[in-house]
Ligand binder design. Structure first.
Ligand code: BGC
Length: 321
């Protein structure tokens, strides 16, 4: 009855795209739709179109190296479902990881390497992913978010998921209760501001990691005199008693590789009246260059996916964003 209906719909989509200044994504979507219609291989990527592609995990130079350059992966080739025959990821595992510290696995590509049980709790090591079951290709786990331009483990200890935990401790800036502040630390490895999170140790439960990392990085509990330590522990008990989950999943971290990646659980611990945590004496720990109560604003630039987490927190508290 309306033979030109698909054409009109197509035109309307393009107009909306231009208006939203989102030409590229819509164009990509249309290409995948056509591909899909013709039975092509791009269909799965089209389904994921609204998902943000990992970007920091494709940074040009691998962190803390001068010349380890990732193979360039354009947006359209991130998904493993899109063929990329020219793809030759750079193989890199840092000397620190190769040295075999307790927090690192052995090289599973070596003959006679110990067997690792992926996608399950392997002894005391959590090798499950929040993203679901990940694939194992040529003995190695495959990054569930796609290509990164680098294979091996980079500076990450575990093949597959490397689990972290991020405590987002918040208070209101003043009695108007419009602007939220959170405890931010300046990372020693790259000078970027971040949530004072850290890695979940083997066998450790996330709630313990959250509290331990906050204590170590933002309050420097290691160096506090004994009487202050008692006071800090009491306040921490109160604060970490109840929190709300903000995020659980893959992190777009610059250290990620095709075979090793970061995942985290981010929890918010909020001091509504500013009379408990709000009064903590902040003191940067070993892994931090600085610590401060930082305003949460749209302009706040943070490490890895941390901006996304604090945005969620601001929105949940109906704070200015
Ligand atoms: C950091 C966490 C971060 C995670 C993923 C860890 O090293 O301590 O704050 O969320 O990496 O980027």
């Amino acid at each position: 009855m309306y033979p030109y209906l698909p054409v009109y719909i197509g035109l309307a989509v393009i107009v909306v795209a231009v208006v939203l200044q989102n030409k590229y994504q819509i164009l990509q979507f249309l290409i995948f739709q056509v591909n899909d219609f013709m039975g092509g291989k791009g269909s799965k990527a089209a389904v994921n179109m609204n998902k943000k592609l990992h970007e920091k995990a494709r940074c040009a130079i691998y962190p803390r190296t001068k010349d380890i350059k990732r193979f360039v992966v354009p947006d359209s080739k991130v998904s493993w479902t899109v063929p990329f025959p020219e793809y030759k990821p750079v193989d890199f595992t840092s000397e620190g990881v190769k040295a075999g510290p307790v927090w690192a696995d052995k090289d599973i590509r070596e003959p006679n390497a110990p067997v690792i049980k992926f996608n399950c709790i392997d002894g005391v090591i959590n090798r499950t992913s929040f993203t679901g079951k990940y694939e194992i290709v040529n003995k190695c786990p495959r990054n569930p978010e796609g290509r990164t331009g680098l294979c091996g483990r980079g500076s990450l200890g575990r093949w597959g998921p490397n689990h972290a935990a991020d405590p987002i401790v918040t208070r209101w800036k003043n009695s108007e209760k419009k602007i939220l502040q959170f405890v931010a630390v300046q990372r020693k490895d790259n000078g970027e501001w971040a949530i004072p999170g850290g890695m979940v140790d083997a066998g450790e439960v996330v709630s313990v990691t959250l509290r331990r990392e906050f204590g170590e990085e933002a309050l420097n509990t290691f160096e506090a005199p004994p009487e202050e330590k008692v006071h800090i522990e009491k306040s921490l008990d109160k604060l970490f008693h109840s929190g709300t989950e903000v995020y659980k999943g893959y992190v777009d971290d610059p250290r990620n590789t095709d075979n090793a990646w970061m995942e985290t659980v981010a929890m918010n611990f909020h001091d509504e009246n500013g009379d408990s945590v709000g009064l903590f004496k902040l003191n940067a720990g070993d892994d931090a260059m600085g610590v401060q109560w930082m305003d949460i604003t749209r302009q706040t630039k943070l490490y890895a996916s941390h901006e996304d987490f604090i945005k969620t927190v601001a929105q949940r508290h109906k704070a200015t964003w």
